[in-house]
Ligand binder design. Structure first.
Ligand code: DGY
Length: 327
């Protein structure tokens, strides 16, 4: 097929550089902002396309894939790909790509930023000032948790978990982590990180719990009532992975009852909906899924996803496309 005959759907506006790159290769259609967040519209349209560049909010279900008569590749504009039924795609011979590595540093910075903002009560203190309540320096105002010497427990010590650990170490924190398997010894040494085989044991020990794992059947609602009850009452929770790793109902209750001291959440189980009890919870930072949101990173994400699309449509072998998700 001549390249111009390829049709590529980008489900919503992304950096122009990526769109232009793909336009050199085929006919590109870009959905409007927020488009394709439901299965129905994708099911209607997908049969026309050879490649889909989708967002983490695009539900690429088995039904969608079944309608992809011409579909050769689904490239996610994200590192997490729980929105795609990868198994079904592979069964149908459709390749799937994600965007590892390029967002690691932006996400590491962001997790550290969330922790600093949460532990030092930036949000409440700023609101206090804006409300005209700042009447002079207060020796007992907005006292927070100092990070040096505290223990950060990371669940999911992949690239992003390591990037956060690296920054937290520079702030004098002790690092413990839980993962399916321990990371290489040299990485542990570099981060001064200790492996804890039981995630409940880790939750018991840490002052800050950070979720950096993918959403899978095993990690769904991993942070539940039982785990929250184990945590220290001064502990803080940071989540930049996926909302459904937390049972939000249980978390809201723990926050309202001060069973833990606060949470910084970038992700939610039913984005863009936020559990109403989280909206009213004390010491809670709620952000609209922006961990990778820097100009540089979003351009790099687009480029990596687009390169996988071009490589697949050009018929390159899988081993030459590093960001293809393997079977
Ligand atoms: C991703 O790419 O999966 C992340 O959610 C970015 O924040």
């Amino acid at each position: 097929m001549s390249t111009s005959a390829y049709k590529i759907l980008i489900t919503e506006p992304i950096p122009q550089k990526t769109i232009s790159f793909l336009e050199d290769f085929g006919k590109v259609v870009v959905g409007e902002k927020g488009a394709y967040q439901s299965e129905d519209r994708l099911i209607e349209d997908i049969s026309q396309y050879h490649a889909l560049l989708c967002m983490l909010s695009t539900p690429v279900t088995e039904q969608v894939l079944k309608h992809g008569d011409n579909l050769e590749i689904v490239a996610n504009f994200a590192v997490g790909y729980d929105n795609i039924n990868v198994e079904a795609a592979h069964e149908m011979g459709i390749k799937v790509a994600n965007t590892p590595d390029v967002l690691t540093e932006a996400c590491g910075d962001y997790a550290m930023g969330l922790l600093l903002a949460l532990s030092r009560k930036f949000k409440e203190a700023e609101q206090y000032l804006r409300d005209g309540k700042f009447k002079g320096w207060e020796p007992l105002g907005f006292l927070g948790m100092e990070l040096r010497g505290r223990t950060l427990g990371i669940i999911g010590m992949g690239r992003i978990g390591q990037a956060f650990a690296n920054r937290a170490k520079a702030f004098g924190m002790n690092i413990i982590y839980h993962n399916r398997t321990p990371v290489d010894r040299d990485i542990e040494q570099q981060l001064d990180a200790t492996y804890i085989s039981d995630h409940k044991e880790l939750a018991k020990k840490c002052d800050v719990l950070s979720l950096n794992c993918p959403l899978t059947d095993e990690t769904h609602h991993l942070v539940d009532q039982e785990l929250l009850a184990i945590m220290k009452d001064h502990a803080l929770l940071v989540n930049i992975s996926r909302g459904a790793v937390i049972d939000e109902e249980a978390l809201a209750e723990a926050l309202h009852q001060k069973a833990i001291a606060g949470a910084a959440l970038d992700v939610f189980e039913e984005e863009p909906k936020v559990h109403p009890e989280l909206l009213s919870a004390p010491n809670t930072l709620l952000l609209p899924h922006i961990a990778s949101a820097t100009h540089k990173t979003r351009e790099a994400i687009g480029q990596l996803a687009a390169e996988a699309i071009v490589a697949v449509l050009q018929g390159k072998p899988n081993h030459e496309i590093p960001n293809l998700i393997s079977r």
